[in-house]
Design a protein around this ligand. Sequence first.
Ligand SMILES: Cc1ncc(C[n+]2csc(CCOP(=O)(O)OP(=O)(O)O)c2C)c(N)n1
Length: 563
Amino acid sequence: MRNGARILLECLKLEGVDTIFGYPGAKTLLVHDALYDDPDLTHILVRHEQGAAHAADGYARTTGKVGVCLTTSGPGATNLVTGIATAYMDSIPMVALTCQVATGDIGSDAFQEADMVGITRPITKHNYLVTDVEDLGRIVREAFYLARSRRPGPVLIDLPSDVLAAVSAAPIPERVARRGYKEAAAANGRQLKAAAELIGRSRRPLIYAGGGIVLADAAQELRELAGKGQIPVTHTLMAVGAMDHASKLSIGMLGMYGAWHANKAVEQCDCLIAVGARFDDRVTGRLNGFAPNAKIIHIDIDPSSIRKVTNTALPVVGDARETLAQLSQLVEERDRGEWLAEIREWQRRAPLPRPERAHLVPHLIMETLARLAGPAPIVASDVGLSQMWTANYLPFSSPRRFITSGGLGTMGYALPAAVGAALGNPGTTVVAVTGDGAFQMNVQELATCAYYGIPVKTVVLNNGKLGMVRQFQNVFLDRRYCATDLGSHVDFCMVARGFGVQAFKVTRKEELADRLKEALAVPGPAVVEVEIDPDCYSFPMVPPGRNSVEMIFSPEEWRGAGA
Ligand SMILES: Cc1ncc(C[n+]2csc(CCOP(=O)(O)OP(=O)(O)O)c2C)c(N)n1
C-alpha cells in the first residue's frame, strides 16, 4: 500500500523521468514530501511557475525526453498556462502536474481552486482530472504515452489532494493503450512512390523543413534525401540545425525574417517538399504568393495539418524519420547544379546584411559568440529581434541545439528554457540570448541558476526598447513610438549580481570578445549585458500582407515605395 503521491513518483520513474521543475503549495505537500527522500528524482525549485513550464520545455526540446513540471492548485497552476501554450504550439512533449483541491470541494470556489482541465483544454494535447487513486497509475502512464507519441504535445494531469492522500495497492499497468488512438502507421507506399516520381520529374525541387524533423529525430534522413537528390533545403525557425548550416544544400531560413534567397527559392521551385511544417503565416507571407509554381508534397505525422492552410498535391501521412528514409530509397540520384547555382546567385545579390560599423551590430555579437562558445553550444533564444538575429547569424550544425518559442512567440522563454536545457545536458555550454524586455519577464530564474549553480550564460541585448515592435512603428507607423520605450535606467549587471550571478557589461565593440570569454569561463551562471543601438533592426523583412519575396531591406525602402 502506498499513497497517491508515491504512486505518482513511481510512475514518473518508470517513464524515465529524472528531473522535475516545480513550485510547492499546500496542495503539493504530499508530493514534495515523497520527493524529500527519493534519491532518483531531482526537484528543481524554480522561482515562478511559468519558469517551471519553460524549463520542462527546454529540457524536452534539447533531450528529446518528456519534460515534467509540478505546481500547486489555483495560482500556481494558472501560472503554467503560458508555458503550456508555448509547448502546445511547438508540439513539445511535456507532462504538467497540477495539484488540485479535494474532489469533494471541486466546484465550490474553494480556496485556490481553478478549473485547470477547463482552462487548458485548448492548449493541451489531452488533459485529465484524476478522481480515484485506482486510476492514477494508468492515467500517468497514458499521459506520458500521449505526450511523446505521434505529434507530441503537453498533457496536463490535475491531482486532487484527497487522491494524492488515498492509498492503493494496485500495480502500475505495464502497458497503456487508448481506444481510438493509434501509433502512427507507416506512410502509404503508393503516395511515397508518387512523391518520388514527382521529385524525379522536378527540375527545381526544394525541401521546406519544419520542426517535425527535429521532433522525429529525422535530421540524418533529411540530409540523406537532400544529398541523394541534390535538393536544396530551407528551414523554419523550428528546424534550425536540422541541416548543417555549412552544407552547400542548406539555404537558410525562410519566412518573414528569413533570407530573401530562401523565399525566392520557394517562389521559383516547381516542387516543394514540406516536411513536419505547418505553413505558418510568418513563413508563407501572403498565401497565394507562396510557392505559386510548385506542386506541394506535404509529409506530416498529423493528418489534420495537411491542407489546413494550403493546397497540397500530394499528402503523405507518416513519421518524418521513417518516411524520409523510405523516400530516400526511392528518389533518383541527380545533379541539380544549375538550380543550386541560381539560388546562390540570388543569395549573392541580396545577402543577409552584415554591416561594418563602429558600434555593436548584431551579426558581430552572434559571430563572436559562435567563435567563443565552443563546438556545439545549446542556445535558447527569446522572442524579439534577438530571436531573429540568433536564428540568422548563429551557425548551427545539429538539431536540438537552438530552442525558441516559435508558434506562440513567448517573451520570457529563453532563460527558464536554458535552465531546463542545462539540467538535461550537463557539460554542454548553454547560452540564453534575450532582449531587455523579454529578460525582465522571467529574470527571477537567475536566482534558480545561482542557487543550484546552473551554468547558464545569459546574453542580454539591451537596446532600452521593445525592439521588434518598435521596428514596426519605425517602418510602418511613421516612427510613432508608443509604449515601446523601456528606458535605459535598468542596470542589468546590478540586477544579476543582486540575484547572486556574476555579470559583465559591454558598451564598446572592442570589449565584446573579452567579456564573453570571461562569462563563459565562469563555472556557474553569468550574465553579459551588451548595449546595442536602438535603431538596429532585423532586415530583410516581409511587410505584413505582402508576398514573401517582396522583402524590404531598410525602412527607407518602404517609405521610398510611397507605401
Ligand atoms: C509575452 C509576450 N508579450 C508581448 C509580446 C509581443 N512582442 C513581440 S517581440 C516584442 C519586443 C521584445 O523586446 P525585447 O525583449 O527587448 O527584444 P528586442 O526585440 O528589443 O530584441 C514584443 C513586446 C510577446 N511576443 N510575448
